[in-house]
Design a protein. Structure first.
Length: 343
């Protein structure tokens, strides 16, 4: 028999080679923990020897699912979402699901197109970042009967299931620390808040802390810019040129914070003795710069893992949909200090 005529091995072939039933082979492939090790080893050896690949189409027809989950993140250009998405993928893999990832570049129209494309390709469920999107998108998901889970955000006022953290409260905690260090002249480098509820909520958190400290939140100098290191530096230079009396600059995430730190060095501004700088997210970048960046620790891996657990439960209809708020905390590092001249 030539290679072109060689038949593709079947489940029956594996069962005969291993001396077990086809049901046992299926259990070894789909629920290996339910099969004793000796039998599992024999079956997997037969799978390897024959080069057997499970029939995905048959599995889909039997389960009426594709075992595919879609995730649409705002950007792949930096590490903001990397750690959480990795944990999300690991947990999905352990549950027999494949992950498809798209990036919307923070553009609502692009995200909507990607939602439709993933559903057209048979995605059983979707992971979405933040709540802020047109109501018609949610209506479309409901018509298609495709469950969607929100991540990287949590709000008690939203009914949609979410696994995330309170961006407003988290940034408020950090701002309270900045104020407690003696800072009164504070500026902000924020992400673009339009279409980004996480950035908008973080900005509100800073204003909450200022108001609580009886400082003028309306006078807060703010520059909005896309999440890029270079943009953080450019915004820092603009802020300091327009507000030379600032003693602290709070950034919407660590990427902007690192950009601000680097530009401060280029401008001859010592951090933190002349200017304190903070970030948000606690990605690895915050720990490897000098001085290390004071930030808010976001439980990325825990969030990704729990999101996978809840989203697959929604797909399998073992959950009606629940929201879980995860705890964040302030990480005090070298970039935050007391102002050189107390105000």
């Amino acid at each position: 028999m030539t290679s072109s005529e060689r038949s593709i091995p079947t489940l029956d072939d594996v069962a005969k080679a291993a001396g077990v039933s086809t049901a046992t082979v299926s259990r070894c492939l789909n629920s290996p923990d339910r099969v004793v090790e000796r039998t599992r080893t024999r079956v997997m050896a037969a799978v390897e020897e024959l080069g057997y690949t499970p029939n995905f189409g048959a599995r889909v027809m039997a389960a009426k699912r594709t075992f595919t989950i879609g995730a649409i993140i705002p950007t792949m250009e930096n590490a903001i979402f990397a750690r959480g998405l990795q944990a999300f993928q690991e947990e999905l893999h352990a549950r027999g699901y494949t992950l498809l990832v798209s990036s919307s570049a923070y553009q609502p129209k692009v995200e909507e197109e990607q939602i439709r494309a993933l559903i057209a390709r048979g995605a059983d469920g979707l992971l979405l970042i933040g709540y802020d999107r047109d109501a018609s998108v949610y209506e479309y998901l409901e018509r298609q009967q495709v469950p969607a889970l929100i991540a990287w955000a949590f709000s008690e006022t939203h009914k949609r299931p979410a696994i995330g953290f309170d961006n407003r409260a988290s940034m408020r905690m950090l701002a309270e620390n900045v104020i407690a260090h003696g800072h009164r002249k504070i500026g902000v480098i924020s992400a673009l808040t339009k279409g980004n509820d996480r950035a908008a909520q973080r900005l509100l958190g800073i204003k909450d802390a200022l108001t609580q400290a009886q400082l003028d939140a309306d006078a807060l100098p703010i520059i909005e810019t896309p999440y890029e290191i270079e943009n953080g530096g450019t915004a820092l230079a603009q802020l300091m040129n327009e507000n030379p009396d600032l003693t602290a600059v709070m950034c919407g995430n660590d990427v902007l914070g690192v950009g601000a730190l680097l530009r401060a060095k280029q401008m001859g501004i010592n951090v933190p003795s002349a200017l304190s700088i903070t970030g948000f997210d606690d990605i690895e970048l915050a720990r490897i710069v000098s001085p290390q960046l004071t930030t808010v620790h976001v439980p990325h891996r825990q969030m990704g893992q729990q999101a996978a657990i809840e989203l697959t439960a929604l797909v399998e209809k073992t959950s009606a949909g629940k929201s879980v708020e995860l705890a964040s905390h302030v990480v005090l590092r070298e970039s935050l200090g007391a102002p050189a001249i107390p105000i």
